[in-house]
Write a protein that binds this ligand. Structure first.
Ligand SMILES: NC(=O)c1ccc[n+]([C@@H]2O[C@H](COP(=O)([O-])OP(=O)(O)OC[C@H]3O[C@@H](n4cnc5c(N)ncnc54)[C@H](O)[C@@H]3O)[C@@H](O)[C@H]2O)c1
Length: 542
């Protein structure tokens, strides 16, 4: 989507760039006129500006359907929050930036510009200045002054080819943040740092397991002219503590990090949550960049701005919403990730695909059948689902709760087993099976989906059930853990259930008997698909 003031060349540059990219080009004003069967001045006369704006938003919404195209927006459309809110995670806006003097020189001599006649030079300058902040909310900026149409079109095409895989837009009044996801990104990230405004001092928080990849990151930061200090935190869930946050604050103080500085979280969800929380609180907030290095963090923890640490009384009890400025996910770093951690990450992928719809899930089933030759498309699909959900509900007040599918029992299982036996994703796999069995009963889910999902999870070497869920000695703890789950309101246990893949239902109250029956069914289902191995088995402590 090309945005910018009149005269910036949105149509000519857009047409040129679209040609280079082999994409269709659409001028939004023309699309509005075509849909309405009337010219823009006629629409203004008949329906006023309000009618035109409504038609403009409808036409744009139709054009943003899947299938790449370059769209030139009218000068004022982008300034309207309702229009910006239409952008999905894979739609991008590029601002063609031209100084006012040059824009005026171009439009003043062009016939058929009603705004020019109506406002004159001073009026138009005021409009330009009013719109500038909105143009600054675009995902990229291309300075077009002094460029020919062909040069600008070539730069547009280059920008598009290097685009992020998704943009998370938690606030229509602020720029979104890009999620770049491709192999070898770590080495090639140099230019991206600058584009995201990361400059000055950087504190990289990481863990020793990431040391093999650290030189690549160090080189890319050095190439961007950034001076970095490294802070190594301990491994494991038990390291996600307030004292780990304090250690990061101290490291930041020692290096003299100020409010212009950046914290880079280079690791899995533990590093992201802890370093992100340290960034949210240090000098009342510095920016941070997520470089997620586990599958779970790439598809989930690295995106969405939820940061925080555990207390002895429970997980994630202290935290904040603090979105990263940028997410850089390099699937190549997953090569060194232990197999069990990879499998655990796949549980969140399966969850995302269940939320996305039947086709994405069937796509993963087919890929797993072939030995999962490439998981990048599934990471991208999960990232886009999370980005779209976060955009609708940045502070988890409503629809974002769908992401808790499988987490009610998953969290309770982690709690009763002391966070030591199951990886988060493994507990989510078990919780997904419970949620699907409950969905059959309470939301009309076709049992075939439960069976297919269970087969998929088993193929991915994930547990379908956990002995701890059926241990009478742990039953009171489990019930307590369920009741105290943050998703449980007024003592009721509320689940996210599925009517069908792609059709979640949030906050469904579920009685204890129903949970217990589902757990009994879960044992039978797991047994029918082969004996449970791995974490649930005795002697498999982490
Ligand atoms: N903020 C959120 O929205 C959100 C969402 C989901 C989960 N989480 C949190 O994420 C945490 C779990 O994250 P996780 O599963 O990434 O675990 P983790 O961060 O503990 O990482 C798992 C292990 O893998 C190692 N590791 C990481 N990357 C590696 C690599 N590329 N090669 C080799 N080893 C590597 C780590 O050092 C660690 O030992 C939990 O604390 C959970 O609460 C947060």
């Amino acid at each position: 989507m090309l945005v910018g003031f009149s005269g910036a060349g949105k149509s000519s540059v857009g047409r040129d760039g679209a040609g280079r990219l082999g994409m269709p080009f659409v001028d939004l004003d023309e699309a509005v006129a075509q849909r309405a069967g009337a010219s823009i001045p006629e629409l203004f006369r008949a329906e006023g500006e309000a009618g035109f704006r409504r038609r403009e938003a409808e036409a744009l919404a139709a054009l943003l359907e899947p299938g790449g195209r370059v769209i030139a927006l009218g000068g004022g459309a982008w300034a309207r929050p309702e229009v910006r809110a239409l952008l999905g995670p894979s739609d991008l806006a590029l601002w063609l930036d031209l100084p006012f003097e040059e824009a005026w020189r171009r439009v003043a001599s062009e016939p058929g510009r009603p705004l020019v006649e109506a406002l004159g030079e001073e009026g138009l300058r005021r409009l330009y200045e009013e719109r500038l902040p909105a143009y600054g909310l675009a995902d990229g900026r291309l300075a077009v002054d002094g460029l020919s149409v062909a040069e600008a079109g070539a730069r547009l095409a280059r920008w598009w080819r290097a685009r992020p895989q998704a943009v998370v837009r938690p606030d229509v009044h602020a720029p979104g943040y890009p999620v770049h996801l491709r192999p070898r990104l770590l080495e090639e990230a140099g230019p991206i740092w600058g584009e995201a405004g990361v400059e000055g001092d950087v504190l990289v928080v990481s863990q020793h397991a990431l040391e093999p990849h650290a030189p690549l990151l160090a080189r890319s930061l050095a190439a961007a002219g950034v001076s970095a200090r490294w802070h190594w935190m301990d491994e494991g869930e038990e390291a996600k503590t307030p004292s780990a946050v304090a250690a990061i604050w101290h490291a930041a103080l020692e290096m003299g990090l100020d409010r212009g500085g950046t914290v880079v979280a280079f690791g899995g969800g533990v590093v992201g949550d802890t370093a992100g929380f340290a960034a949210a609180t240090f000098v009342r907030g510095v920016r941070w960049v997520a470089l997620p290095t586990t599958l779970l963090a790439q598809v989930d923890a690295g995106i969405g701005g939820k940061v925080g640490v555990n207390l002895p009384q429970g997980k994630n009890l202290v935290g904040a919403f603090h979105h990263p400025r940028l997410v850089l996910a390099d699937p190549a770093v997953l090569d060194t990730l232990p197999e069990r951690e990879r499998a655990a990450g796949m549980a969140e992928v399966v969850k995302s695909l269940l939320l996305a719809g039947p086709e994405p899930l069937a796509g993963l089933e087919a890929a797993v059948e072939e030995g999962l030759p490439a998981w990048e498309p599934f990471i991208v699909a999960s990232v886009r689902l999370k980005a779209a959900t976060v955009a609708c509900d940045p502070r988890e007040a409503g629809v974002r709760a769908i992401l808790n599918l499988g987490h009610t029992v998953g969290h309770a299982l982690e709690a009763v087993t002391g966070y030591g036996r199951y990886l988060h994703g493994e507990a989510v796999a078990v919780g997904l099976v419970t949620a699907l069995l409950l969905s059959q009963r309470l939301a009309g889910l076709d049992p075939e989906w439960t069976r297919r999902t269970a087969v998929l999870l088993r193929r991915l070497k994930l547990p379908l059930d956990a002995p701890a869920l059926h241990d009478p000695a742990l039953a009171p703890d489990f019930r307590r853990a369920l009741r105290y789950d943050k998703k449980a309101r007024r003592g009721e246990v509320r689940f996210v259930l599925l009517e069908a893949p792609g059709r979640p239902r949030v906050g469904v109250p579920v009685e204890r008997e129903a949970v217990e029956e589902a757990l009994a069914q879960q044992v039978r289902l797991a047994e029918s698909l082969g004996a449970a191995e791995g974490p649930g088995a005795p002697g498999s402590e982490r």
